[in-house]
Write a protein that binds this ligand. Structure first.
Ligand code: B12
Length: 249
C-alpha cells in the first residue's frame, strides 16, 4: 500500500492532508498520485490551484517530453479534478474556484484534443452527444467527444442543457446514429429517461442506439431507463460506442 510520503509533490500531499477526510478516498488518492510521475503531479496541483497558465505550460512540456496525451488526461488533469470534486462537495471551495479549475482543465485539454482527435478516414458511425436538460457540466462529455473523434467516430456536439427536441431533431437527421447523453447532477439524471420516452413517442427509439454516462449514473440506472449501454469513463465510452455501432450493423 502506498504512503503519503511516496507522493513527491508537496502541494498534492498538502491537499490530501488538509482536505480529504474519508479513509477510502485518502487511500485511493494516495495510491493514484504515488504511481504517477512528478510532472503529472505538478499538472494536477496546478489544476487544483486553478492556474490555467501553469496547466497550459506544463501540458506542453509533457507533450514535448513525449508523455502520452491519454496519460496527461488521466494522471494529470482528471486526477487533479478528482480532488477539486471532493473539496467542492465538502464546501472547502465554491463555484468560482471550481470554474477556475474547469478553465485550467480546458487549457490543458486544448493541447490534448488535436492529438486524441486526429482524423480517421471513414467515420465508424455518427455519435450525437449532449449534456441533458438543466445540466451545464460539459468537461466529461467533451473528453468523451475527443476520444470518440480520435477513435474515428463523427461526433455532433449538442452542448449543454440539451432539450428533448434538440436530441430528436438530430436523431432524425442521421442514419442509425448513436445518441450519448451525459448528466452530472442527480436532479438531471432522470432527464435521460425523459429523452428516451420522447424518442419512443416520436417513433424513433428503434432508429438509435442510446448510451449514457456521467459521475452519478450507474449501469442499473441505465438499464432501468432503457438505455442500450452505460460507460463509466471516456475509454469505456469509446468501447461502448464501438459495440453499439456493431450492433446497429
Ligand atoms: C466542474 C464542476 C462544476 C462546474 C462545471 C464546469 C463545466 N464546464 O463542466 C460548475 C462550477 C459550473 C458546476 C456547477 C454546479 N455544480 Co458541479 N461539479 C463540478 C465537479 C467538481 C467536476 C465535474 C467534472 O468535470 N468532472 C471531471 C470529468 C472528467 O468527469 P465526469 O464529468 O464524471 O465525466 C467522465 C465520466 O462520467 C464519463 N462520462 C461523462 N459523460 C458521459 C456520457 C457518456 C455517454 C458516457 C458513455 C460516459 C460519460 O466519462 C467522462 C470522462 O472520463 C463535480 C464533482 C465530481 N466529482 O463530479 C461537481 C458536481 C457534479 N456539481 C455539483 C453541483 C451541486 C453543482 C451545482 C448545482 C452547484 C451550485 N450550487 O450551483 C451547479 C449546477 C449547474 C448546472 N445547472 O449544471 C454536485 C452534484 C451533486 C449531485 N448529487 O447532484 C457535484 C457532484 C459536486 C458535489 N459533490 O457536490 N460544477
Amino acid at each position: 500500500m502506498a504512503q503519503l510520503s511516496d507522493i513527491t509533490n508537496a502541494a498534492i500531499r498538502r491537499e490530501i492532508e488538509d482536505f480529504l477526510e474519508r479513509p477510502e478516498e485518502i487511500a485511493r488518492t494516495v495510491e493514484l498520485f504515488a504511481r504517477v510521475s512528478p510532472l503529472m503531479q505538478e499538472i494536477a496541483a496546478a489544476l487544483i490551484e486553478g492556474d490555467n497558465g501553469a496547466v497550459d505550460r506544463l501540458t506542453v512540456q509533457a507533450l514535448d517530453q513525449s508523455v502520452e496525451a491519454l496519460e496527461i488526461m488521466d494522471d494529470g488533469l482528471i486526477a487533479g479534478m478528482g480532488i477539486v470534486g471532493i473539496k467542492f462537495r465538502e464546501s472547502f471551495i465554491f463555484v468560482p474556484e471550481v470554474l477556475a479549475c474547469a478553465r485550467a482543465m480546458k487549457a490543458g485539454m486544448a493541447h490534448i484534443e488535436p492529438i486524441l482527435s486526429a482524423a480517421g478516414v471513414e467515420p465508424i458511425a455518427t455519435v450525437i452527444m449532449g449534456t441533458v436538460k438543466g445540466d451545464l457540466h460539459d468537461i466529461g462529455k467533451n473528453l468523451c467527444i475527443m476520444m470518440l473523434r480520435g477513435a474515428g467516430f463523427e461526433v455532433i456536439d449538442l452542448g449543454v442543457d440539451t432539450s428533448d427536441d434538440a436530441f430528436i431533431e438530430d436523431v432524425e437527421k442521421h442514419c442509425s446514429p448513436i445518441l450519448g447523453m451525459s448528466a452530472l447532477l442527480t436532479t438531471t439524471m432522470p432527464n435521460m429517461g425523459k429523452t428516451i420516452e420522447a424518442l419512443i413517442d416520436a417513433d424513433l427509439r428503434d432508429e438509435v442506439q442510446i448510451m449514457v454516462g456521467g459521475a452519478p449514473v450507474t449501469q442499473e440506472f441505465a438499464d432501468d431507463m432503457g438505455a442500450d449501454g452505460y460507460g463509466k469513463d471516456a475509454l469505456d465510452c469509446v468501447a461502448l460506442a464501438k459495440r453499439l455501432a456493431e450492433a446497429a450493423g
